[in-house]
Design a binder for this molecule. Structure first.
Ligand code: NDP
Ligand code: 8X3
Length: 250
């Protein structure tokens, strides 16, 4: 079995790659940071005796996405599971004050990047007669919170695309699942606050946030249901979080 993961250099994508590797799956790991990909590939191959292919590309650049996937061997084009995970929040500002560059980065990554990857890989799955696409959405795709405007809009788009692709791919024996996490402690908030680690730490202060491993477990479980079973949609939160904004901090 072969799993293609976007954004495997950090956080949820990295933990998910490790979880599948531990269970003997071959992997295609992707991201923009080549050094991290090279190191991670070496480590996974040594620890788990699986085959790992690394592809360094920016999901926002359609030409890069196409040429990276085209460069795969015929064997590596038989992708069983696509995990559309690469994504980010940039900024936390009101609609009247938000930075255009932040908005463009989120829209280009979370929506357009996911679309570019899905279009090509879904065609490979159709050729193969089966597949499973797992989209990483968010609680921000189910609710909207103050100053979350554009990030929430991109994750609402993922929610809609998840439903839309399930309908379009129905005739092709391709499962489509969304995993929608609440707060997960990764590099997410550091990226959101443009590298401000102190501000990022405060997001998770006083509560036990989810760990990326918790999401990896869930993704692995979803991917291992019997052939006739599809999990459409999961919302997974820390026990200390009831909604996007209701958090029990000690
Ligand atoms: P991280 O910042 O730890 O990881 C993000 C990953 O996405 C990195 O591997 C990064 O790789 C990759 N990525 C970002 N932009 C691009 C790009 N333009 N091209 C290719 N790869 C890219 O965050 P998380 O693990 O938390 O985030 C993973 C997903 O989970 C995102 O879609 C996020 O929205 C979602 N999510 C996160 C939550 C959280 O609380 N952490 C909650 C709900 C959803 P590189 O920089 O090397 O390109
Ligand atoms: C990430 C979770 O609450 O910051 O998608 O939007 S949140």
């Amino acid at each position: 079995m072969l799993v293609f993961i976007t954004g495997a250099t950090s956080g949820i994508g990295k933990s998910t790659a490790k979880k599948f590797a531990q269970n003997g799956y071959d992997l295609i790991i992707t991201g923009r940071r080549q050094e991290r990909l090279t190191e991670f590939k070496k480590q996974l191959e040594a620890d788990y005796k699986i085959k790992v292919t690394d592809l360094c590309f920016d999901v926002r650049q359609v030409a890069e996405v196409e040429s990276a996937i085209k460069s795969l061997s015929e064997e590596n084009k038989k992708i069983d599971i696509l995990i559309n995970n690469a994504g980010l929040a940039a900024g936390l500002s009101s609609i009247q004050e938000g930075e255009l560059s932040h908005w463009e980065r989120m829209i280009d990554t979370n929506i357009k990047g996911l679309l570019y990857t899905t279009r090509i890989i879904s065609n490979l799955m159709i050729k193969n007669g089966k597949g499973h696409i797992i989209n990483i959405g968010s609680v921000a795709g189910k609710e909207v919170y103050a100053n979350g405007n554009v990030y929430c809009a991109t994750k609402h788009a993922v929610d809609a695309l998840n439903k839309g692709m399930r309908i379009d791919l129905l005739a092709h024996n391709i499962k489509v699942t969304a995993i929608n996490p609440g707060m997960v402690e990764t590099e997410f908030s550091i990226v959101r606050f443009d590298g401000d680690e102190e501000r990022a730490k405060k997001v998770y202060m006083g509560l036990q946030a989810l760990k990326p491993e918790d999401i990896a477990e869930t993704i692995f479980w979803v991917a291992n249901r019997p052939a006739h079973v599809n999990i459409n949609d999961i919302i997974i939160m820390p026990t200390a979080q009831a909604s996007a904004t209701n958090v029990n901090r000690k």
